[in-house]
Design a protein. Structure first.
Length: 297
């Protein structure tokens, strides 16, 4: 499968990413729990994935032959759910049920409750291995479709990640793409204080991967990175996307405390939404949950 034929305009992607940021914040506010930092850092990457690379519809999920995406850093699922809703893969009204009993959208992706979720994830490292299995299955069947997996940088401290990396390179799974949301923070502190990852690019190269390092909030750079992935014929690809935890909300940016799980107050939400271009008057719909009933929030 070649790269998608239609390259979306950056302005269109920016608008969708901004919508996803607003919705992610509102979901976490109404859930009274969640992970805003890593959701916001991943939004731009997820936006390009869903609106350019995957381009899935509800009908696609009845067909085994479809591109696959696994959110291995499952705690960032508010962003995943928001982007999926904007792509028409679930009703907008479901977003208000995040982390609620007897509702579909749980605090980590659940494959049984949400058709667009390809794997239940949350135990870090496991989603990457599941995505590897999908890529290997396509390889054995001669199916030329991409498989994408998004990992957090703290997740790279799991040994299972490097077993998967070694396996994928050995079998030359060139249609397998890992995307690392490299925001440099994990739940307790900076990665460098917990267990350093650098030189990260050299480590992946030594495992036999094609490596690209980009600004993970530059939509054109993200598009170009996926374009290069589609041209790679011999190796799996890893895109090391340098991001900012809490991107778009000044008081959250680059601060470990906003990793999660946190409870947003009314003022927290309104201040965060203001950073995303929402006025105090417009913010009332987010506070009440009415925004989840809007077709174009």
């Amino acid at each position: 499968m070649d790269a998608p034929q239609t390259k979306l305009a950056s302005a269109d992607l920016e608008r969708r990413a901004l919508q996803a940021r607003r919705l992610s914040l509102a979901m976490i506010y109404h859930a009274k729990s969640g992970h805003p930092g890593g959701s916001l850092s991943a939004v731009d990457l997820l936006t390009v994935l869903y609106f350019q690379e995957l381009q899935l519809t509800d009908a696609a999920f009845s067909d085994w032959n479809r591109p696959r995406f696994v959110l291995s850093k499952g705690h960032a699922c508010p962003a995943h759910y928001a982007v999926a809703a904007l792509a028409g893969l679930l009703p907008m009204s479901e977003l208000g049920g995040l982390r609620k009993i007897n509702r579909a959208l749980q605090g980590h992706p659940h494959v049984g409750a949400t058709p667009f979720v390809e794997a239940s994830t949350g135990s870090l490292g496991q989603g990457f291995s599941i995505a590897l299995g999908m890529a290997l299955g396509f390889h054995h069947r001669g199916v030329d479709l991409p498989v994408f997996a998004m990992l957090g940088d703290g997740e790279l401290q799991e040994g299972q990640v490097w077993e998967t990396a070694m396996f994928a390179a050995h079998y030359r799974l060139n249609r397998f793409c890992a995307v690392i949301d490299y925001n440099k923070l994990q739940s307790d502190a900076r990665n460098s204080e917990i267990m350093g990852l650098e030189p990260l690019g050299d480590k992946w190269r030594s495992f036999g991967w094609a490596v690209q390092e980009i600004d993970g909030h530059d939509l054109e750079a993200i598009q170009a990175a996926f374009g290069a992935f589609h041209q790679e014929k011999d190796k799996p690809t890893v895109i090391i996307a340098h991001t900012i935890k809490g991107k778009g909300v000044g008081y959250m940016e680059d601060i470990p405390a906003w990793h999660g799980s946190v409870k947003l107050t009314d003022d927290n939400l309104l201040d965060a939404l203001a950073a995303c271009g929402v006025t105090r008057e417009q913010g009332a719909a987010y506070l009440s949950g009415a925004v989840f009933e809007e077709a174009n929030p």
